[in-house]
Design a protein around this ligand. Structure first.
Ligand SMILES: [Fe+2]
Length: 246
């Protein structure tokens, strides 16, 4: 399994604070079957000069647990324009850039940013849209993301209810309608790796294949330049009924 969203680098953001925290997170991740993690610390001007050294040290630690650690950063859309384009850090040198949104950010102002980033050669991955807005506003945001060909990464914590009922029901809505590309743990500490619980929930409601698409096939395609496919819409009651009967 590959997790493209993680805050395990110590003292760069609100995730791990020491290398002991990092090691505990790596140990938990390895035990849950994760073999690749992108170290996507929240961007700040202060983290920038120390990122590379911290990543290299954490990468050695990750090797101990047979985990490949990728570079990356999570950018708040509200501040991404402050960072020169050539300084942006997409996932492991690919074109894929992880962004998230401040709750109060004006959705309509995003279109320009999306356009600018696309023009600079980036493909945006929008992190956990299900966590931020009530369903009515989420639907507007999803339409905007779709129109701009933005990829979507959901948080495992939303699916298992870690962020409350709104995020959980939004996550179900998003998975039912299809159009999701990645599942990440967005782990800030060891207890946040929830792929196992997610797998059980997804297999029960959507059958086999969806979890693998979001945690293995699409992340692998991202790293190898392959095709990234959106999750399919959930089959209707009758489709599922007749499939069971046949
Ligand atoms: Fe995050």
């Amino acid at each position: 399994m590959k997790d493209l969203h993680c805050h395990l680098l110590p003292a760069l953001d609100d995730g791990a604070q020491t290398f002991a925290d990092t090691e505990e997170m790596l140990k938990t991740a390895a035990a849950s079957g994760i073999g690749v993690i992108a170290a996507t610390s929240h961007y700040s001007p202060e983290m920038e000069p120390v990122y590379e050294g911290t990543w290299a040290k954490a990468g050695e630690l990750a090797g101990k647990y047979h985990i490949r650690l990728l570079r990356g950063t999570e950018y708040d859309l509200e501040y991404i324009a402050d960072v020169p384009k050539e300084k942006l850090r997409p996932v492991e040198g690919t074109k894929y850039l992880l962004v998230d949104m401040n709750r109060n950010y004006i959705v309509h102002a995003m279109t320009n940013l999306f356009f600018e980033l696309k023009l600079a050669g980036f493909q945006i991955i929008f992190a956990h849209p299900e966590r931020m807005l009530p369903l009515r506003e989420l639907k507007v945001l999803l339409k905007l993301l779709e129109e701009n060909a933005i990829l979507i990464q959901m948080d495992s914590g939303s699916i298992v209810g870690r962020y409350g009922e709104q995020a959980r029901s939004n996550a179900r809505y998003l998975l039912d309608r299809g159009g999701c590309h990645f599942l990440g743990n967005d782990a800030h500490k060891a207890g946040h790796f929830m792929f196992r619980e997610c797998r059980a929930i997804l297999e029960k409601r959507y059958g086999q294949g969806l979890f693998e698409l979001l945690t293995e096939e699409n992340p692998s395609a991202l790293l190898t330049g392959g095709e990234i496919n959106p999750s399919p819409q959930r089959k209707s009651f009758w489709e599922r009924f007749f499939r069971r009967e046949s």
